[in-house]
Design a binder for this molecule. Structure first.
Ligand code: SF4
Ligand code: SF4
Length: 378
């Protein structure tokens, strides 16, 4: 395993994301603990020492599962546990960060957390945490008490908000961003990597394979591109991970590994990874893949939202089109279904009044296209 030097510690360059664990009966709360135990042992035996969970992963059972395994198998001192405060409920009356942390310590069966993050920060959410909850002092006090060893945040917003948080979060030890070769210009992106480096804040990378989308199980054109550059043997997962492992200033790269095959492949890839490993051929392959993705069939919706207010059925039209386009782009409709079902549950309520099409600057036949979306994702 390759390691990052971090405040006198060695952190494995591959981190185990505990958000897509094997479950029983397709129930996210029923984690298959024996399968996870086997994977955790394989990971630890092969040098992985960073495990990332969160208050909400698997409805709380991700923290419980890793807590149980660490305790029963005596692995606590071999694992750096990272978990996150569920910040999305900050405006709820009963929101109590300390109560939540105590519950997390109990689930994890430990008296301290190695890496503690404010979960999924956006600029507005940060302002509320900073002003209403005095969160910087709260986190630093717990760090001083040894309950939290390192404090940071995970992030989903634009670069300006990322910069603001890095500038204002005194004592911030690390940050976690979404980053991969397709998403390198959105959210924190390349600019965020450069700024964090300038501030001396190491980054944890999430979604290096874009939630599995960059595995491209059904894309012979991508195999042809790789073969053209003599990289036919390179797996799509390896290409995506190499792109991220190549960067400087990265503490660890998280992969949400759901089975043993994924884990063994990722461990092998991480073992042979190094900073500066991207060569010209790999860069060319990525450039061509991006071009190919840009040219896939899609609904020409710009996301302007002009159609939204006039819809008598409150249908999330631009979101429906976005999920459809993403599914088509990666030939992976399953990757979109969870969010589609959550956001577009009422899509069948369209009464075909045409109010949306009349206002759409792209002149889209929205009622017809919504039928297509339903047939593809429903
Ligand atoms: S056609 Fe359907 S989606 Fe469009 S405004 Fe009418 S009900 Fe809403
Ligand atoms: S008005 Fe047209 S382009 Fe704008 S969000 Fe609606 S469907 Fe998309």
């Amino acid at each position: 395993m390759q390691y990052s030097d971090y405040q006198g510690e060695k952190i494995s360059r591959l981190g185990f994301g505990l958000m897509r664990l094997p479950v029983i009966d397709d129930d996210q709360s029923k984690i298959d603990i024996e399968k996870v135990r086997e994977m955790v042992h394989y990971a630890v035996d092969n040098g992985v020492n960073y495990f990332d969970t969160a208050y909400v992963y698997h409805n709380g059972f991700s923290e419980k599962a890793i807590g149980q395994i660490m305790k029963e198998d005596g692995l606590r001192d071999k694992i750096n546990i990272a978990t996150k405060m569920f910040t999305f409920g900050i405006n709820e009356p009963g929101f109590d960060p300390r109560k939540m942390l105590d519950e997390q310590l109990e689930r994890l069966q430990t008296d301290h957390i190695d890496f503690y993050l404010l979960h999924g920060l956006q600029g507005k959410m940060w302002a509320t945490l900073r002003d209403k909850l005095n969160i910087v002092k709260y986190m630093n006090d717990l760090k001083e008490q040894g309950v939290l060893r390192h404090i940071g945040f995970s992030f989903h917003d634009e670069f300006d908000s990322f910069k603001m948080i890095l500038d204002e979060f005194d004592g911030c030890d690390f940050a976690q961003i979404q980053y991969n070769y397709v998403d390198h210009e959105i959210q924190a992106g390349d600019k965020g990597i450069a700024y964090a480096k300038e501030k001396g804040v190491p980054l944890v990378i999430m979604e290096p394979i874009k939630g599995g989308s960059l595995i491209f199980p059904d894309y012979p054109e991508i195999d042809e591109i790789k073969a053209k550059y003599g990289l036919g043997q390179l797996s799509n997962a390896e290409l995506a991970l190499d792109y991220v492992f190549d960067k400087e200033g990265i503490l660890t790269v998280l992969s949400g590994m759901g089975n043993m095959d994924m884990l063994t492949e990722n461990v092998a890839i991480a073992d042979r990874s190094s900073i500066g490993m991207m060569d010209e051929k790999r860069a060319k392959v990525i450039e061509e893949i991006i071009k190919l993705l840009e040219n896939t069939e899609h609904i020409d919706c710009t996301g302007c939202r002009y159609c939204v207010d006039g819809c008598p059925q409150n249908i999330a039209i631009p979101s429906a089109f976005r999920f459809y386009n993403e599914g088509k782009k990666y030939r992976n409709p399953d990757s979109q279904k969870r969010m589609y079902n959550r956001t577009c549950a009422n899509i069948a309520d369209c009464v075909e009044c045409g109010a949306c099409s009349n206002i759409c600057p792209q002149h889209l036949d929205i009622p017809e296209l919504l039928k297509e979306v339903r047939a593809y994702l429903g």
